[in-house]
Design a protein around this ligand. Structure first.
Ligand SMILES: [Zn+2]
Ligand SMILES: [Zn+2]
Length: 598
């Protein structure tokens, strides 16, 4: 089941294609502006860029000219040739290129690659040459420019970028481009971009009336309107019921905690930058809760002496946590300062790690399935060689083996990431792809050998002795806010019926049908459906259009005929038009859809 390692992007074909396209673009730009200065041009996710210092701002028409010239260079099938040179020769070669001079200094000193990124080893200095263009570069590249499909390259846009990302340094012009194996891949990518723009949860959130951000409240602190709150409620109740079924107990641990607890748990040292500033009351320092672990562990302790017979104990909580994020890093619901985690801590004996991990995997799989994430895999983060890991080979080895065994037993696709584990134990992260193929890290399960001992947790074992429990930290959807942002885009706002804030809207054709519309709406509500009546005086077609925009699953039109026959004329948001149906039959059908998880 486990692929041992994923192919790294750096080793892929596309990486070489994009890196080579960046060089080709730089050549075309320098031909246009012979006095231009070049900075750096790496491949990035889905494409590449190159930063330039040019005598004038680029306009869209320039990109067309550059793109055309790139195609000519590609068709020239110029080989990429590498040469290792001395720093001195490099300085001479790039004597007119001040940005390259700075990069050469960095390379020579060591600790930096040709893009100025930190590097462990001291690199050799090499150049790559193709056609008339030479770049400070360690590759890799395609064999020759002809290996790039000229119809699968596109320049996207120009943006300002400070040299080395430093606002005190010169502002450069960055041209973004994309390159793929073939035109079909390019077309698919452009479609995904367009679709992602349409599905942007910040845009849809407003259009659907789900949530708002206000200057008066503060950045990263979302306000949820009734329709957004209903979503939160449904998402949380669903997980809550599931957790109860899986043997979890729900607890509540508040919002403020004495800072001292975080010193003892070790969070203060590791997370103090993510905490909001302290609140001081009578010389006691309090913090807004940035995580639940120490609170749940304290609760475990306060509940008295525990026997091995009580284990595993599974504490779950929907807790709103407060994390300090820089305002520039906040984005919609996916990065906020107040986040509600569906957090859980499982207190167990070491020999229960495998079965508890397995149970958590099953729960997570059930949730992902419910939200129609069918394409996911697990990154199993293991300990590496470096010294940051807690030394206890036996514990680590056993826990890692238990995790692998559980993943195999549950048929979960996983790959191993050595050296990625937290310092306190191995962990498994679920990476799920949405309908646009974008990968999101959602659920996580972490094994913890450290905190329970630090906070003095214990249980009395079968041998009558005191032992320290192992804790599994587990989150299913991560946070309600972020997960909501992800599924708004995943479903493009058209939530499954069970989750739709409004499931059915009654659309009376004329005012005289209003009483009947209300009567049906009451019937639906009594049957547990979320229904409302569109009472506005607008024309029927306008109301249908609005309901479709609101992505309401069922539109129920009522006029004379429907009133007479006790029916509703059913239309679906997909545009399908099943037509008249008796009210009770519609209710039964809707309930079936909900039951099925549609
Ligand atoms: Zn290069
Ligand atoms: Zn935790």
């Amino acid at each position: 089941m486990a692929e041992k390692q994923q192919e790294r992007y750096e080793d892929s074909d596309l990486y070489r294609i994009r890196h080579s396209a960046a060089h080709i673009m730089a050549q075309a730009v320098l031909e246009m502006f012979p006095e231009g200065k070049i900075a750096i041009g790496p491949p990035i996710e889905d494409g590449f860029y190159y930063d330039f210092d040019l005598p004038r701002p680029l306009i869209p028409e320039d990109l067309e000219v550059i793109e055309k010239r790139m195609r000519q260079i590609i068709n020239g099938k110029h080989p990429f040739e590498k040469e290792v040179i001395s720093a001195e020769d490099a300085r001479q070669l790039f004597r007119d290129q001040p940005y390259k001079q700075e990069l050469i200094d960095g390379l020579e000193k060591g600790g930096q690659d040709e893009y100025g990124n930190p590097l462990k080893e001291k690199p050799e200095i090499s150049i790559y040459k193709d056609d008339t263009f030479v770049d400070l570069c360690r590759g890799p590249h395609v064999e020759n420019t002809g290996k790039i499909n000229p119809s699968a390259v596109k320049l996207m846009n120009v943006a300002g970028a400070y040299w080395r990302g430093d606002e005190h340094k010169p502002m450069l012009q960055r041209i973004y481009g994309t390159a793929w194996h073939n035109p079909k891949e390019l077309k698919d990518y452009l479609w995904r971009l367009e679709e992602a723009r349409k599905r942007d949860h910040r845009k849809l959130g407003k259009e659907l009336g789900l949530f708002y951000f206000s200057e008066d409240i503060g950045p990263g602190l979302p306000l949820f309107a009734p329709k957004g709150e209903i979503l939160r409620y449904l998402m949380e109740s669903y997980v809550r019921e599931l957790q109860t079924r899986y043997g979890y107990q729900h607890v509540w641990t508040g919002h403020l905690v004495k800072e001292d607890l975080y010193h003892r748990s070790g969070h203060y040292d590791n997370y103090k930058d993510s905490m909001f500033p302290p609140m001081i009351d009578e010389n006691v320092i309090f913090r807004l809760k940035p995580m639940n672990c120490p609170s749940h562990m304290t609760l475990y302790k306060e509940m008295g002496r525990h026997s091995y017979r009580e284990l595993p104990m599974r504490f779950a909580e929907f807790a709103t946590l407060y994390r300090y994020e820089k305002t520039g890093e906040l984005t919609g619901l996916t990065r906020v300062r107040a986040l509600t985690q569906d957090d859980c801590h499982i207190f167990c004996m070491p020999e229960q790690i495998e079965s508890e991990f397995s149970l958590a995997l099953q729960l997570i799989q059930e949730v992902l399935d419910r939200y129609r994430f069918s394409d996911y895999k697990v990154r199993l983060s293991l300990r590496g060689e470096q010294g940051k890991y807690v030394k206890d080979d036996e514990k680590w080895g056993r826990a890692e083996a238990a995790l692998r065994a559980a993943l195999d037993a549950n048929n979960v696709d996983y790959f191993e990431a050595t050296g990625e584990a937290a310092f306190y134990g191995p962990k498994a992260d679920f990476l799920a792809r949405d309908v646009l193929g974008r990968e999101w890290q959602l659920s996580t399960i972490q094994v913890d050998f450290i905190q329970p001992a630090r906070l003095g947790l214990s249980y009395i074992g079968e041998d009558g002795q005191e032992h320290t429990p192992v804790v599994l930290h587990r989150a299913v959807t991560g946070s309600t806010e972020r997960f909501l942002g992800v599924i708004i885009e995943h479903f493009a706002g058209a939530f499954p019926v069970w989750l739709a804030p409004i499931q059915a809207v009654l659309i009376p054709i004329a005012d005289r049908h209003l009483p009947y519309a209300h009567q049906v709406a009451e019937q639906l509500k009594a049957a547990g459906l979320r229904a409302e009546v569109d009472e506005r005086g607008d024309r029927m077609n306008a109301k249908i259009r609005d309901a479709q925009k609101q992505k309401i699953p069922y539109m129920l039109v009522v006029g004379d005929k429907e009133l007479e026959n006790g029916e509703v004329a059913l239309r679906l948001r997909s545009g399908e038009n099943p037509g008249p149906i008796p009210v009770d039959r519609f209710i039964a059908q809707a309930q079936e859809d909900i039951e099925r998880g549609d």
